[in-house]
Design a protein around this ligand. Sequence first.
Ligand code: NAP
Length: 306
Amino acid sequence: MRAFVTGATGFIGSAILEELIRAGHKVLGLARSDAAAASIAAAGAHVHRGSLEDLESLRSGAVAADAVIHTAFIHDFSNYAPAAETDRRAIETLGAALAGSERPLVVTSGTLLLQRRGPLATEEDAAIPSFPRKSEQAAAAMASRGVRVSLLRLPPSVHGDGDHGFVPALIKLAREKGNSAYVGDGLNRWPAVHRLDAAHLYRLVLEKGSAGASYHAIGDEGVPFKDIAGVIGRRLHVPVVSKSPEQAAHHFGWLAHFVGVDCPASSKLTEEKLEWQPKQAGIIADLERGTYFETEQTTHAAPSHR
Ligand SMILES: NC(=O)c1ccc[n+]([C@@H]2O[C@H](COP(=O)([O-])OP(=O)(O)OC[C@H]3O[C@@H](n4cnc5c(N)ncnc54)[C@H](OP(=O)(O)O)[C@@H]3O)[C@@H](O)[C@H]2O)c1
């Protein structure tokens, strides 16, 4: 299969590229710069120049492929509404290019967006309508136009080498503040997945996902936040401390909401339907490996709505 991948140079997209190529697929990666083009070519994929804002480039990429995986997102969290709107338009454009064909479109979403009805968020739960990111609504609109679209929902922490999401941001903060904090009793739970397990699931959804289905990439269903803060404190040799919700807002800044959220999620239905099994280390074991603490990693600079 020849797959057009947006976000092909990203933390997750680059793993998808490798996963697809290893499995014998051909990949066309969206590149908006010379550096991106060089990294896509070095990975053994073909380069498609364009950007999320250049809708014609998205259309032509989709038209040239048998399938599309959409992972690109503008992580400019100080200007989130336009980023979410760019994502919505990109999904609409990619979908329109595939409409009336059997060619699949895999859209990235997040379990944090879900309205959890049971003990764990499942594939059958729907997105919170007021959530600013509208990837799910855009995908549903495309499904109603006959596009073979599937959703792949990621947990708030996708971890592994090259991570520049929440966990590196927490490590950076703990270094700055001289302590590693959690909110209240710290028993609120975060789901997580390793980027290589997530990449494997993208491939399976591409190859055998059902139209209109949602799939979850969950390695850890819910790790108590206190455990994550505990490893960070131990590795940095700083105290692990509790903050009240009021103190947390000041201490964590843009991270406060995410640090306190209890959002366990399951991928049981995905595992049954696609025979996917996470094989990589869980988030605590990955943190314990120590690479997260070797150097100061680059992190997204402002609030995330993943
Ligand atoms: N990482 C996580 O923990 C996590 C958790 C939940 C959900 N997600 C979601 O998973 C997806 C992939 O995340 P990630 O961590 O791999 O992101 P990332 O490392 O920040 O990569 C973002 C990708 O999007 C591309 N991109 C950004 N703006 C673009 C634009 N205007 N035009 C074209 N391409 C553009 C980037 O290209 P350049 O190389 O040119 O910058 C890069 O390839 C995103 O939808 C993200 O929100 C991630």
